[in-house]
Ligand binder design. Structure first.
Ligand SMILES: C[S@@+](CC[C@H](N)C(=O)[O-])C[C@H]1O[C@@H](n2cnc3c(N)ncnc32)[C@H](O)[C@@H]1O
Length: 289
């Protein structure tokens, strides 16, 4: 079987399930053949596959038929122009999270020697991108999940940046430090249980629930804890950068303002929901709620 035939067969196996079936098959085949670019397939259409390659490729297609996300099959995701490895038990980095980085990079572009903290580092995508954006920055990152910590360390090692970030396993609700940072960034779990129930099987079956679900009430538990308890760990004129859930902005804006912060920028999704916010510490006092 050559590349042309493998593609044709695989298209027919996925075309009734995914609008992106062609792209999906091409990514999976390029990955099987360890090609850097799926376009390489089309200049090698006559090339024959080995038995092993055919086996691997059609097993990938079977996984996709069960709605497994492409990044979970190939265990990689492109994020901020970086190739982030993602293990089974960490969240696949999302495009919205890149927007959060965009806000941060624009606002902090003239700052030197940024010291950052990433809460709930998952795959390590935010950490790796921050190191890339701010070439003299250093940071710390933690996650409650051991797999996430290992995954972040793996990616740091892959890019030869382990010496710039300390990564450790910790529960946010038990975390304390005397350190002061310029930036505390977090994309914490922010869904309510009721929102989780309605997610697609490709998310529920393949993404870790504890990376997504916050609490039964309104999903803001993590932000309340971070803002109230870690504001003192931000330097004056330091920033909180958060990805947030639907309908959480008004509450968080009020809470931030009560704790001495002003909102610098927000990002709205196409459905008009605010998904990312950047807030600056402008006062050193805090009204208690
Ligand atoms: C939405 S994921 C974000 C992962 C990554 N930062 C990203 O943007 O793709 C949330 C992360 O928070 C971690 N997490 C959940 N509960 C936590 C807790 N109590 N303390 C620290 N991390 C926690 C999860 O393990 C998960 O990796």
């Amino acid at each position: 079987m050559n590349i042309h035939q493998a593609l044709k067969n695989s298209y027919s196996l996925l075309n009734n399930r995914f609008n992106t079936y062609k792209l999906d098959c091409e990514i999976l085949l390029a990955n099987t053949l360890k090609m850097n670019n799926r376009l390489d397939l089309f200049i090698n259409l006559e090339k024959n596959l080995t038995k092993k390659e055919i086996n691997i490729f059609f097993n990938f297609i079977k996984e996709r038929q069960r709605f497994k996300p492409i990044s979970k099959i190939i265990t990689k995701k492109e994020f901020w122009n970086l190739e982030i490895d993602v293990s089974k038990k960490v969240l696949i980095p999302r495009p919205e999270t890149e927007v959060l980085l965009d806000q941060v990079s624009k606002e902090l572009k003239n700052r030197l020697n940024i010291q950052f903290l990433d809460i709930g580092c998952g795959s390590g995508c935010l950490v790796l991108a921050l190191l890339e954006i701010f070439s003299d920055s250093k940071g710390e990152a933690f996650d409650i999940s051991k797999e996430a910590v290992l995954n972040t360390k793996f990616n740091l090692n892959k890019y030869n940046k382990s010496n710039r970030v300390k990564v450790f396993q910790r529960d946010l609700f038990k975390f304390q430090t005397p350190k002061q940072y310029d930036l505390i960034i977090s994309n914490p779990p922010y869904l309510k249980n009721s929102e989780y129930i309605n997610l697609s099987p490709s998310i529920k079956n393949y993404e870790p629930k504890n990376a997504l679900v916050s609490d039964c009430k309104d999903g803001t538990k993590f932000y309340y804890h971070i803002i109230k308890n870690l504001k003192r760990n931000l330097k004056m004129n330091g920033y909180f950068a958060f990805e947030i859930g639907d309908n959480q902005f008004i509450k968080l804006k009020k809470l931030l303002s009560q704790n001495g912060f002003i909102i610098i920028s927000t990002f709205k999704l196409i459905n008009d929901k605010i998904r990312c916010l950047l807030a600056k510490k402008t006062k050193n006092y805090a009204l208690q709620q």
